[in-house]
Design a binder for this molecule. Structure first.
Ligand code: CAA
Ligand code: FAD
Length: 380
């Protein structure tokens, strides 16, 4: 693995950093408080190529690699994890899922709009009674010849109220277990498709999370992704890439909190000196720096595996498991270093702490990442 970033990588990282500082930072506290979805910022991220980072330019994308993707995700997440999850879902679940496994007609129809931010996408796997246990889903799609009839409920769907294109995983043959599951493209406005109320969340409050209801939705057969029965494997393969994005999001949250804590520790005085001169505080910063550096290596390893065409099911799980743990632990420490100021909104670290928690839950909880990792390392 080459540890040097190319000139192009550095330019992309700097562009994302500038965008985060100049465009995301100014309204981030207000968007968190009011749960405001940043429509206008999504358009700007689309114009910068952030909504279709890895999509082939022939489908309107930026044609960049996974290393570029994680660099962008880290920079956006340092400032605003609500904005970065919109980018993550659109890029690594929806655009990747369609580009890797869709038909040419599906790619032509949806990718150019998704990759430029004209459309937003959602990925719909979780259900009220099937989150981690994803094969137990109850949403059904009955084959009627030229079309399927879709019925059921999906919950916790990111970009749920704002999307134009929804990739929905549903059961087509219960008896076949994970082989009786398919993935479908459902468009906003299809008859019988209803969007439920928005969730009121602890963190990533500027992102849009909804329950979706499908009542006899007629989905044309050409909207199925892949061969009959490919849906569960579609979800798993797509989620492996998604987990790289969320690992990079966790890394960015941790890095953002570290930078704020470091700066504060060199300004705030107690007992006649800057608090960074107290070893208890300096050692917290040393631990943060060490763990964040390790997390960055793991995130880069997973992205590098993807770029090289290596299997990244395990490296993405390792990166997400570790980076999300680092984000949670060290955002708590960043609040501690800020003392009372850490507990109020103006200093940003309380929001980063709230945002960190979701990285241990979505796209597979930490326990699920350990299942993926342990099954692999114990396999003969
Ligand atoms: N690639 C290809 N095939 C895979 C695969 C992969 N990565 N992982 C599993 N499969 C195949 C298996 O080989 C198996 O096939 P066979 O039956 O032919 O052997 C089949 O799929 C079933 O696999 P398992 O037996 O391993 O299934 P399981 O029921 O034990 O579950 C699991 C495995 C890893 C726990 C899986 O259910 C899982 O990942 N759960 C978590 C769900 C999740 O991550 N949800 C995220 C929702 S999206 C989201 O959260 C977005 C957001 O917030 C922004
Ligand atoms: P459960 O599966 O009920 O798990 C509860 C607890 O039990 C967890 O700690 C879990 O780790 C543990 N557990 C479960 N099984 C095991 C086991 N075998 N061994 C050990 N421990 C276990 N889903 C989507 O499909 N699309 C989205 O866009 C999306 N966005 C989300 C956004 C937000 C803000 C949130 C909160 C969730 C989102 N999700 C999305 C859903 C998310 O992926 C699930 O919440 C997650 O996979 C966990 O499922 P669950 O909530 O049903 O928890």
């Amino acid at each position: 693995m080459d540890f040097n970033l190319t000139e192009e990588h550095m330019m992309i990282r700097d562009a994302a950093r500038d965008f985060a500082q100049n465009e995301l930072l100014p309204g981030v506290i207000e968007r968190d408080e009011t749960q405001h979805f940043p429509d206008e910022l999504v358009k700007k991220m689309g114009a910068l190529g952030f909504m279709g980072i890895m999509v082939d330019p022939k489908y309107g994308g930026s044609g960049m690699d996974a290393i570029s993707y994680v660099l962008i995700m880290e920079e956006l997440s340092k400032i605003d994890a609500s904005a970065s999850v919109i980018v993550s879902v659109n890029n690594s679940l929806v655009c990747y899922g369609l580009e890797a496994f869709g038909t040419e007609a599906q790619k032509q129809k949806y990718l150019p709009k998704l990759a430029t931010g004209e459309f937003i996408g959602a990925f719909c796997l979780s259900e009220p009674e099937a989150g981690s246990d994803a094969t137990s889903q109850k949403t059904s799609a009955i084959d009627k010849g030229d079309y399927y009839i879709l019925n059921g409920t999906k919950n916790w769907i990111t970009n749920g109220g704002r999307s134009d294109v929804y990739l929905v995983i549903a059961q087509t043959d219960k008896d076949k277990g994970s082989h009786g599951i398919n993935a479908f493209i459902v468009e906003k406005g299809m008859e019988g498709f209803h969007i439920g109320p928005k969730e009121n969340k602890l963190g990533i409050r500027g992102s849009d999370t909804h329950t979706l209801q499908f009542n006899d939705v007629k989905v044309p057969k050409e909207n199925r992704i892949g061969d009959d029965g490919f849906g569960f494997r579609f979800a798993m393969k797509t989620l492996s890439g998604g987990r790289i994005g969320i690992a990079a999001q966790a890394l960015g949250i941790a890095q953002g909190a570290y930078e704020l804590a470091r700066k504060y520790s060199k300004e705030r005085k107690a007992f006649g000196t800057e608090i960074s001169n107290h070893q208890a505080i300096a050692f917290k910063l040393a631990d943060m720096y060490t763990d964040i550096t390790a997390a960055r290596h793991l995130v880069m390893q997973a992205a590098w595996d993807k770029d090289q065409g290596n299997n990244y099911d395990v490296s993405s799980a390792v990166a997400k498991l570790y980076a999300s743990k680092v984000a949670m632990e060290h955002t708590v420490e960043a609040v501690q270093i800020h003392g009372g100021n850490g507990f109020v909104k103006d200093y940003h670290v309380e929001r980063l702490m709230r945002d960190a928690k979701i990285t241990q839950i979505y796209e597979g909880t930490s326990e699920i990442q350990k299942i993926v990792i342990s099954r692999s390392i114990l396999r003969d």
